[in-house]
Design a protein. Structure first.
Length: 318
């Protein structure tokens, strides 16, 4: 068993002015209870990361800091996105162990105790996984399961029904720092670390305050990152589809020559237009897939920072 660690609960926040007055006391009471039980160090704290919110989120974080030293904050210079805000919290805050959780507290915050217990028993990473998805709509539940199945079929390391509710030791975070990827998909990167890991399971709660920050198009872009960042499978699909197209083209050519040699009239412009439209559309799709990969390479080569910290109120080691 390890000594009581310094725990940092990292909470990415984007337009959470209404949510924080409810979320902060819940997490604060939980953390104080863990301190009293000797599970974590009295130096532990909650780190709210304001991801460039234009409402009063940062003002609320500053108010919480004045209320109690258990609350700390990081203010990013603009909106960088959920994954970058999460990385900002993990790489800026100083602690022995980190737990990331969303500000809406739909994930069961009481499971943090079990996560820390598994850490004390030797786990470097603990994944929070949903037992079931009853609170999701049919569309979201079905597409999520399809996405997990697709990633598993492509050979990607996949933690089913896991979002970004997880515990990571300082050793794991230090290794995560070495990845330096611009196109972030932490749910795929963290399993690559390979450290001893465990799982806790919970039922996801319904959202009570605020609104979801992941509309359909944003979710689709996020899912696309989860596919192309860890697999060349889409490119292989392009090659296979090209081979099939070539085979179909050769068959059509042979059929046309046979019709010509037999003296039959070759079908007119309709069939020609159909063939041109078919292969033209395939070429557009292939070019689009290649273009998306090239765009990601372009972003990686520029090495722009994932985030820029404007204000940092977290403790630092000397």
């Amino acid at each position: 068993m390890k000594a009581a660690p310094v725990l940092a609960i990292v909470v990415p926040c984007y337009r959470e002015e209404e949510t924080l007055p409810v979320t902060a006391p819940v997490l604060g009471n939980l953390l104080r209870g863990m301190m009293e039980d000797g599970m974590v160090s009295p130096e532990s704290y909650i780190c709210f990361v304001n991801d460039g919110s234009r409402d009063g989120t940062w003002t609320e974080i500053l108010r919480l800091q004045e209320e109690s030293p258990v609350y700390r904050g990081i203010n990013l210079s603009r909106n960088f996105g959920h994954q970058s805000a999460l990385m900002a919290g993990l790489l800026t805050a100083e602690a022995d162990v980190y737990v990331s959780i969303d500000a809406d507290l739909q994930d069961d915050e009481q499971k943090i105790r079990e996560m820390v217990q598994l850490y004390l028993e030797g786990k470097d990473i603990v994944y929070g996984c949903r037992d079931k998805r009853d609170t999701d709509t049919w569309f979201k539940r079905t597409t999520a399961l399809m996405f997990y199945s697709l990633r598993a079929w492509m050979g990607c390391d996949t933690i089913r029904n896991h979002a970004d509710y997880r515990l990571m030791s300082r050793r794991a975070v230090d290794e995560l720092r070495r990845f330096g990827e611009v196109n972030l998909y932490l749910r795929g990167v963290v399993p690559l670390l390979g450290f001893p890991h465990g799982y806790v399971y919970y039922d996801r709660k319904e959202r009570k305050q605020g609104e979801s920050k992941y509309p359909l198009m944003k979710m689709l872009r996020f899912a696309w990152n989860g596919v192309v960042n860890f697999s060349e499978f889409p490119l292989l699909c392009v090659v296979w589809a090209g081979a099939v197209s070539l085979a179909v083209s050769l068959i059509l050519i042979l059929w046309t020559l046979m019709q010509w040699s037999a003296g039959h009239t070759v079908p007119g412009w309709t069939s020609t237009v159909l063939v041109i439209a078919l292969f033209g559309s395939l070429q557009f799709i292939f070019t689009g897939v290649l273009g998306l990969y090239i765009a990601k390479i372009f972003k990686e080569t520029k090495r722009r920072p994932l985030y820029i910290v404007q204000d940092d109120c977290t403790p630092h080691r000397h």
